[in-house]
Ligand binder design. Structure first.
Ligand code: AMP
Ligand code: MG
Length: 491
């Protein structure tokens, strides 16, 4: 991939490798300027890691870029084409309210997509206005940064500007643009688009590009396209296991919202579970619970099967052989996923080695948590702090017995109690973005223009495994009146 290396005063240093792909994959776009943009939040640590000058980004010119009013030197605004299965139904999509400015090459030589979300209509907007409301953009900012703090692969949020214009949803809402940073915006849906409407040459170009962009360090083996499938499966099993381990519910795991890079992408109606229940759904549109917490692993497998289908023409000249290769790769999903999940669960319980009974030890605990509607995060944290009485399970005889078995299990490993506790502390967050805390921060910002609540929340979320006095406030549960909590797509 060749690069421009024309670093601007603000530090923008764009390359546009995606725009060198076959042209059916994107649409070059003019900007849709807004009247009076105002920067409301900037991620300074992220800016500096990208080689950007935070001071310049806050200047008039800097803000014009975040608003989609000005193209920074070297950028080439485009909307990406993609398709996707939405709640199981296949359809053409594409960036209807986003623009890829280009790829920022960092001083370390890393490459990140810089995308404006809410920047106006594109060739793919259909009936939408191409805009986004302030609340949902701030929500994506908070949750994506919380995921980063938790150590979960995710797109990041660099800045949010308000546009000075209203958008019409059920009511009139302030418009905003989020600047999103991603390893790439290649989606399962990108492959589905080419597979459905493109040529095999285009598919090969996309697959080669993807391999080079994300998997260069992996072993290409004899069949790079098969390795591509295997690597994508591997990353998704790692990602989804991490979601399950912290109680994250994505909410819209459509194939267009699954990134090939293995990052969490497209924060819409996502939320963290409080009381442990695999059937938990927050999204108002997920009426059948397709994307419930407990379904996420199998939906991941379903999406990857759709991805594998797109690769069939590349896997082997003989179709039957292709199908066999794809099926073999997909059949590893379960084992890979559970391997990651069990490893993570053992760590959450301070266990270093493996014993056969670990599975029942873990499942028994989860069973009790479900029965008592115990808070997922706080239960593991109480066990971490050596306070079983705070788990919400205390008093249940089954739990007392379980606790004895767990202690005995810890005693059977060589590691000290101290290392075990250390492992638990780094595996069990004290803080997640509790729904009521997120709402409180969004209310203050959107209703009153007060960003201090959100900034404090972001601060705490950036170190979710520490346990400070300030944090204990943020680990508290909401008043029960905050339920049932519902999230909306915010489109
Ligand atoms: P999402 O729910 O954000 O994953 O988006 C699903 C599809 O709807 C994508 O193709 C988006 O680009 C498109 N979309 C969402 N909101 C808008 C909007 N306000 N205007 C145009 N297209 C939109
Ligand atoms: Mg999406």
């Amino acid at each position: 991939m060749t690069e421009n290396n024309a670093r601007t005063v603000a530090g923008w240093n764009f390359d546009n490798s995606y725009a060198r792909l076959p042209e059916s994959l994107f649409n070059l776009q003019d900007l849709n300027p807004v009247s009076s943009p105002k920067l409301v939040i900037l991620n300074q640590p992220l800016a500096s890691s990208l080689g950007l000058n935070a001071e310049e980004l806050q200047s008039k010119n800097g803000i014009e870029v975040f608003a989609g009013n000005q193209v920074p030197e070297g950028a080439l605004p485009l909307a990406q084409a993609y398709a996707g299965h939405q709640f199981g139904h296949f359809t053409m999509l594409g960036d209807g309210r986003a623009l890829l400015l280009g790829e920022q090459i960092t001083p370390e030589g890393e490459r990140f997509d810089i995308q404006l979300k809410g920047s106006g209509r594109t060739a793919f907007s259909r009936r939408g206005d191409g805009r986004a409301a302030l609340g949902p953009m701030l929500r994506e900012y908070i949750i994506s940064e919380a995921m980063h703090g938790l150590g979960i692969p995710t797109t990041r949020s660099l800045a949010v500007v308000t546009t000075g214009e209203s958008i019409i949803r059920e009511t009139e809402l302030p418009g905003a643009v989020l600047t999103r940073v991603a390893a790439s915006h290649l989606r399962v849906g990108t492959f589905q688009f080419v597979s459905n409407w493109g040529t095999v040459q285009e598919l090969r170009a996309l697959a080669d590009y993807t391999w080079q962009r994300h998997f260069q360090e992996a072993d290409p083996g004899e069949n790079t396209y098969l390795s591509l499938l295997q690597e994508v499966i591997k990353r998704q099993t790692e990602l989804i296991a991490k979601w399950q381990l912290v109680g994250f519910i994505h909410g819209v795991m459509n194939t267009d919202n699954m990134a090939i890079s293995g990052e969490t992408i497209d924060y819409g109606p996502c939320a963290f579970m409080d009381a442990f229940d695999p059937a938990t759904v927050f999204s108002s549109i997920d009426v059948n619970g397709r994307y419930a917490y407990g379904n996420q692993p199998q939906i991941g497998a379903w999406n990857l099967a759709r991805f594998a289908e797109t690769l069939l023409p590349l896997l082997h000249d003989d179709e039957e052989q292709s199908v066999k290769l794809a099926e073999d790769a997909l059949s590893k999903y379960s084992e890979l996923y559970f391997g990651n999940w069990f490893a993570g669960m053992r760590a959450k319980l301070g266990i270093f080695n493996e014993e056969e009974q670990d599975e029942s030890l873990i499942k028994d605990l989860l069973g009790m948590m479900k029965k008592h509607r115990a808070d997922y995060t706080n239960t593991f944290r109480a066990l971490t702090s050596g306070k079983p009485e705070d788990t919400g399970l205390a008093g249940d005889e089954e739990f007392e017995q379980w606790h004895g078995q767990w202690q005995a299990r810890l005693g059977r490993q060589q590691e000290s109690q101290q290392s075990s506790q250390q492992l638990m502390r780094s595996s069990n967050p004290a803080i997640i973005p509790r729904n009521h805390r997120v709402e409180e921060a969004l209310d203050a910002a959107v209703q009153r223009g007060d960003y201090s609540v959100m900034e404090r929340l972001l601060q705490v979320l950036s170190c979710p495994y520490a346990l400070s006095t300030e944090q204990s406030d943020y680990s508290a549960l909401p008043e029960s009146s905050a339920y049932p909590y519902q999230t909306f797509c915010g489109t």
